[in-house]
Design a protein around this ligand. Structure first.
Ligand code: FAD
Length: 435
């Protein structure tokens, strides 16, 4: 069996679907191939789906700002109604603490100012107006639980915080991906599930298609690697990794769900808390829970995963460490013996900044290395990648002269070369999920 497409997208996560949608809108005959059973069942389904604007560079803020508008404008973006319902953006605001590690938010505030994003500075005394049960002492630097000083305050007060009212999260990341699948199908795009790509086909001109585990071959002169934590495997299949200066690998992550302290209605009144002082981020979760993720403090050992199809998905001591760290800030946070939450993988690049690029194999593109923070940007990445692919397929030499992408809502120009596979490691990166 063999069939011809204009573009094959490997992966039907949120970014793979958004790229397919934009290509289909341009008239490309697209096929998304995914080895899982439906759209958004990979890392996307376990995403915390936080939409926040605080990044430490204007480029980072610009991308998130642009993405934010797509989520606000979701029904218009999709143009069709998904019978399963629409995912929605819930605005909560975000409290971001000042710490040494984020340079007391100097760069973040400058980047927010640059983009005209509103925020207020919150003094240590005012912190209790936002979080009445907050312990405002400093615990920095973060420690592991075997450190005798774990949980002991190191200062009387953190230096303060900023409150960014335009921040929140998407109700259901898997549903949002299904929404984009329906929108793509309405434009003629096709999807194939339970289908694993095992080979990238090539001919004299470059990429020629993909081969599946059952022997099926599909032809296309454009193939896009959007395989999430499997991205390095697909790049190796295409034999493009050796010419990449920045590479990707899979990193284990644990997310805890713990009940709110007694008397606190965090599900309704809660917000995003990004707290570098304790090395955690959190947001409200259904069941009046705190959902707690790690901001990857230096002291924590990173668990790189060689085989993203076969890794330990049980909770480890990291779960307890994260919950205990959050309890340093949130007084009375209960830590149940029965651990709830999830274990999944980030697709991390060497500098924790994504690779949105072509490759040295003509027709082979990649949107990878999303490093735990690109769900929010998926609709923008879809538009940007579709433009990049169209330009390169018409002969544009993006490696020599990086493509300049104009964002629809913010009207800002994004230098796509910022995301090049050939870039030097970006020293301004936080080398963490914060970006
Ligand atoms: C725990 C966690 C929390 C996160 N929280 C946030 C957050 O709060 N905010 C935010 O902005 N971002 C967050 N992220 C990051 C965000 O979820 C990802 O950047 C985003 O979901 C990536 O989407 P994707 O489409 O690139 O990849 P994925 O969703 O991983 O999809 C890749 C797909 O490729 C398929 N695939 C792989 N190999 C093959 C193959 N050989 N053949 C066929 N199919 C294949 C997989 O089955 C999978 O469905 C988080 C990520 C995790 C893991």
């Amino acid at each position: 069996m063999s069939k011809q497409y204009d573009a094959i997208i490997i992966g039907a996560g949120i970014i793979g679907c958004c790229i397919a949608y934009e290509l289909a809108k341009k008239g490309y005959k697209t096929l998304n191939v995914d080895k899982l059973a439906t759209a958004g069942y990979g890392a996307t389904s376990n995403s915390c789906a936080i939409v926040r604007l605080h990044y430490s560079t204007p480029d980072g803020v610009a991308m998130a700002r642009e993405g934010y508008y797509y989520w606000l404008d979701w029904p218009k973006y999709l143009q069709v109604r998904d019978p399963k319902g629409l995912a929605f953006y819930r605005n909560t605001g975000a409290l971001v603490t000042k710490t040494e590690i984020n340079k007391n938010l100097k760069n973040v505030m400058a980047a927010l100012d640059d983009l005209g994003v509103g925020y207020v500075e919150v003094s240590p005394e005012e912190l209790k107006d936002y979080l009445p049960c907050a312990d405002t002492r400093s615990f920095f630097p973060c420690k592991t639980m075997d450190d005798p000083d774990f949980g002991k305050p190191t200062g009387d007060s953190i230096p303060g915080a900023i409150w960014v009212p335009e921040s929140g999260y998407i109700s259901d990341p898997q549903l949002s991906t299904h929404n984009v699948q329906i929108a793509t199908e309405a434009k003629g795009g096709e999807f194939l599930f339970n289908a694993a790509v095992i080979e990238i086909l090539k001919d004299d001109d470059g990429v020629a298609g993909v081969k599946l585990a059952d022997g099926t071959e599909f032809q296309a002169s454009v193939v896009v690697n959007v395989a999430g934590p499997h991205s390095f495997i697909i790049n190796r299949m295409a034999d493009v990794e050796k010419e990449m200066n920045i590479k990707t690998r899979a990193l284990l992550q644990e997310v805890c769900h713990v009940p709110s302290p007694e008397g606190l209605d965090w599900e309704r009144e809660g917000f995003i808390l990004s707290d570098g002082d304790i090395g955690c981020y959190s947001r409200p979760e259904v069941g009046n829970h705190f959902l707690i993720g790690s901001e990857d403090p230096k002291c924590d050992e990173r668990e790189w995963v060689e085989d993203p199809d076969n890794y330990n998905q049980s909770f480890s001591g990291q779960w307890t460490t994260q919950a205990m760290r959050e309890a340093q800030r949130v007084k009375g946070l209960p830590i149940p013996n029965q651990r709830k939450g999830l274990v999944d993988l980030y697709d991390v690049s060497d500098d924790w900044i994504p690779i949105y690029d072509k490759s040295d194999l003509p027709g082979f593109y990649m949107a990878v290395g999303t490093s735990g923070n690109q769900y929010k940007n998926a609709p923008v990445v879809g538009v940007m990648m579709a433009e990049l692919i169209e330009a390169c397929e018409k002969g544009y030499n993006h490696d020599n002269q990086p493509y300049q992408f104009k964002m629809k809502y913010t009207k800002r120009i994004c230098n796509v070369g910022f995301y090049s596979r050939k870039r030097e490691i970006n020293p301004d990166s936080s080398f963490s999920v914060i970006g």
